[in-house]
Ligand binder design. Structure first.
Ligand code: XMP
Length: 329
């Protein structure tokens, strides 16, 4: 087989040959493995002529912005601008309950914000950034355009639902897709030899629309997002403590927008429910729900009700894909 060190050398050479000595490159970081590894690679090749943006859309998990920014800056020394667009996203999502509408609004906002980032940069540098880095993988390429014959071939198709919100429209950026011949495991290995922390490389997938697809209905009502973040963090931490995180494809909490009656202390409560979802899968196309130990579930349920104000009931999602999807929206 091919050694990843050789792939790294080859990729660095290609990027250096492609990007001219005065050219600037932009990259949207999602906080996921692919964009992080792609940016790290390009940064190794051209240094601070790379300009990354990370957008906080207000739909991130517990302390996620601080955690990923620490990885970008302290571990990887990436030149990254953190854009807090929480208000912008949440005001657009106010009152919206239709799942596809929610996704579309979020996708459009990403494009607007990234567009503004690119234009600000142009003013600052007094020149247009010429290239855009995308973390497209080989499976994305074959999914959008099956290559003729066997072996790995290049293709210029971009997945239409790409996470970080597509291309700034009027900038005519050329694409750099340094991962487009690699599979996910190879991307992790490439990241590892460039110093991306292994704990970061092993993180479960997280959807572009973030927690919006884990709060059915209006995400902005009350403190739904905060309740969800707290319950989700307890769940994920318990999974890590039990040593089962790496055996699970994805695990997360879902906010149930339904009020039910409970008794907590000697008080009657009328509070929300939280559902727990954990699945095993190879590619996310099909999935089985994960069999937890009963004691683990019992302790978790107690902890979530005790520690998360506004929750008095915990449910377990025992549906495979199909018929359900992994996410709830
Ligand atoms: P579903 O819910 O369709 O999800 O069974 C399959 C996998 O895709 C992830 N997912 C997304 N990823 N943008 C993404 O980058 C999205 O809009 C999106 N929707 C779902 C999901 O987390 C699971 O891993």
């Amino acid at each position: 087989g091919w050694k990843m060190e050789d792939v790294l050398e080859e990729e660095l050479k290609i990027i250096k040959e492609t990007v001219g000595p005065d050219d600037h490159v932009i990259c949207g970081l999602s906080g996921g493995v692919d964009s992080t590894v792609a940016a790290t690679l390009v940064h190794k090749a051209i240094g601070d002529r790379l300009h990354c943006a990370f957008v906080d859309n207000g739909l991130l998990r517990f302390k996620e912005r601080a955690r990923v920014m620490e990885t970008f800056e302290k571990d990887l020394h990436l030149p990254v601008t953190c854009i807090d667009a929480t208000e912008q996203f949440l005001s657009k999502l106010k009152g919206v309950t239709e799942p596809e509408k929610k996704r579309k609004i979020i996708g459009n906002e990403f494009i607007c914000i990234f567009d503004a980032f690119a234009h600000d940069l142009e003013k600052k540098l007094q020149r247009k950034p010429l290239y855009l880095v995308q973390g497209t993988l080989y499976p994305d390429v074959i999914e959008s355009c099956p290559p003729p014959g066997s072996g790995r071939t290049h293709s210029h198709t971009i997945k239409s639902h790409h996470n970080v919100g597509g291309l700034p429209k009027d900038m005519k950026l050329k694409l750099i897709e340094p991962l487009k011949l690699l599979f996910k495991d190879e991307v992790r290995e490439l990241g590892r030899i460039m110093g991306v922390p292994v704990s970061f490389l092993k993180r479960h997938p997280f959807p572009g629309p973030g927690l919006a697809v884990r709060v059915p209905g209006d995400v902005t009502e009350g403190n739904r997002l905060d309740i969800l973040r707290k319950a989700d963090d307890i769940f994920i931490q318990a999974i890590k403590d039990a040593g089962i995180y790496d055996s699970i494809w994805q695990a997360f909490a879902v906010f149930m927008p339904v009020l039910t009656v409970g008794v907590q202390g000697d008080q009657r409560t009328h509070s929300y429910a939280i559902a727990l979802r954990a699945v095993t899968s190879h590619d996310g196309m099909t999935a089985d729900w994960y069999y937890f130990d009963h004691k683990f579930l019992a302790d978790l349920s107690t902890r979530i009700c005790n520690e998360v104000q506004g929750v008095n009931r915990v449910l377990l999602d025992i549906t495979s894909k199909p018929p359900a999807t992994i996410e709830w929206e």
